[in-house]
Design a protein around this ligand. Structure first.
Ligand SMILES: Cc1cc2ncn([C@H]3O[C@H](COP(=O)(O)O)[C@@H](O)[C@H]3O)c2cc1C
Ligand SMILES: O=C(O)c1cccnc1
Length: 334
């Protein structure tokens, strides 16, 4: 993603010309600059935001890597459709439109508003065998791209639902970045120390099934449908120059995949919050991400991205509503 140096200068001058000491709005100024460059204007549009939640099951969940049973994925999809999840509550509070995609929940959900692109009844158990076929990886990326490119919001967020997906993400990060596995494995939905130790044993077995992998091979070996589809959606949205609000550990793993495949799209990505899932720290460092918020969240669904949406609105308001020194007749610095 290339930016015209003249635009860069113009944006910087517009931000510094607002009636405030230079740099005094801190990260909001950085966000404003990012949004302006992405949209090619000093008058950016952050009028609306859409959240897409991708849901799917993980065969690995049957091996005992989560504090909750697999059935919760489907039950939470129904909860999203009924408007009762945390993501719905936050989206409702902030005027964000929500849509939900079944990318491969074990048991299909019948609901008129659910978007369905099922890649199977959940992935296979990656401790024993490849999670998904290379064809399913390609399908998930293509479908995700289409979802991301075609939804006309200037700002987009992505959420996940898939019991066992913190385990899948630990394996993906380990295989894609080469970081050690143990620090990437955490409590997820709330495993105790013994549960985390059991999760690590299962993930070591899964990791030892394969050697060094290319990123696309890692996706096929470890899945999951919703993570790969989310990565595709991030690529599709960023390519259309939509601002991509990245949620916590799961969405950051999808961002890792997206940016491994398309590194030039990095200027479209905003890392919204520092998930309390321990592996997120190393992942954020790898991505050179400095998350905007640190609220001890560890939920997913896009909740941390939704909380950052008002900050994006503030950045746009700074550009569109604030007077310049010249407009307001305010004296500049000595
Ligand atoms: C009721 C409930 C609602 C959730 N919403 C998101 N997650 C989150 O928890 C799961 C990942 O954690 P693990 O890898 O430990 O299974 C994902 O589904 C994620 O979206 C939830 C989990 C539960 C139980
Ligand atoms: O940060 C996340 O995305 C997360 C953390 C724990 C469980 N589910 C999701």
């Amino acid at each position: 993603m290339e930016f015209d140096p003249a635009l860069r200068e113009e944006v910087k001058a517009a931000i510094d010309g607002k009636t405030k000491p230079v740099g005094s709005l801190g990260r909001i100024e950085e966000l404003a600059e990012q949004l302006c460059l992405l949209q090619g204007t000093t008058r950016p549009n952050a009028d609306s935001c859409g959240l897409t939640i991708f849901a799917a099951d993980h065969g690995l969940a049957d091996a005992g890597v989560s504090a909750f049973p697999k059935a919760v994925t489907q039950q939470m999809v129904l909860n999203f459709m009924g408007g009762g999840a945390a993501a719905n509550a936050f989206a409702g509070a902030f005027g964000v439109t929500v849509r939900v995609v079944d990318a491969g929940v074990e048991n299909p959900v019948d609901h008129p508003n659910l978007l369905v692109h099922r890649l199977g009844p959940g992935t296979a158990n990656s401790a024993e065998e490849p999670a998904m076929s290379p064809g399913a990886v390609a399908d998930a990326l293509d479908t995700g791209r289409e979802f991301g490119a075609s939804w006309g919001f200037p700002v987009v967020a992505f959420g996940d639902m898939g019991i066992g997906n913190t385990a899948t993400c630990a394996l993906l990060i380990h295989k894609i970045t080469g970081q050690r596995l143990a620090p990437l494995v955490g409590p997820g939905t709330g495993l105790d120390a013994e549960g985390v130790a059991r999760k690590l044993t299962i993930l070591r077995k899964a990791a030892s099934r394969t050697g060094k992998l290319q990123p696309m091979q890692a996706l096929s070996e470890y899945g999951g449908f919703e993570i790969v589809m989310m990565a595709g959606a991030m690529i599709g949205a960023a390519t259309e120059r939509r601002l991509v609000l990245v949620d916590g550990f799961i969405a950051s793993t999808a961002a890792l995949i997206a940016l491994t495949l398309e590194p030039e799209l990095r200027p479209a990505f905003v890392f919204c919050h520092a998930s309390a899932e321990p592996g997120n720290k190393a992942l954020a460092q790898h991505l050179h991400a400095e998350p905007l918020l640190d609220l001890n969240l560890r939920l997913g669904e896009g909740t941390g991205a939704l909380l950052a949406w008002p900050l994006v609105q503030a950045a746009a308001a700074m550009m569109n509503r604030m007077a310049s020194f010249e407009d307001a007749g305010v004296s500049g610095a000595h």
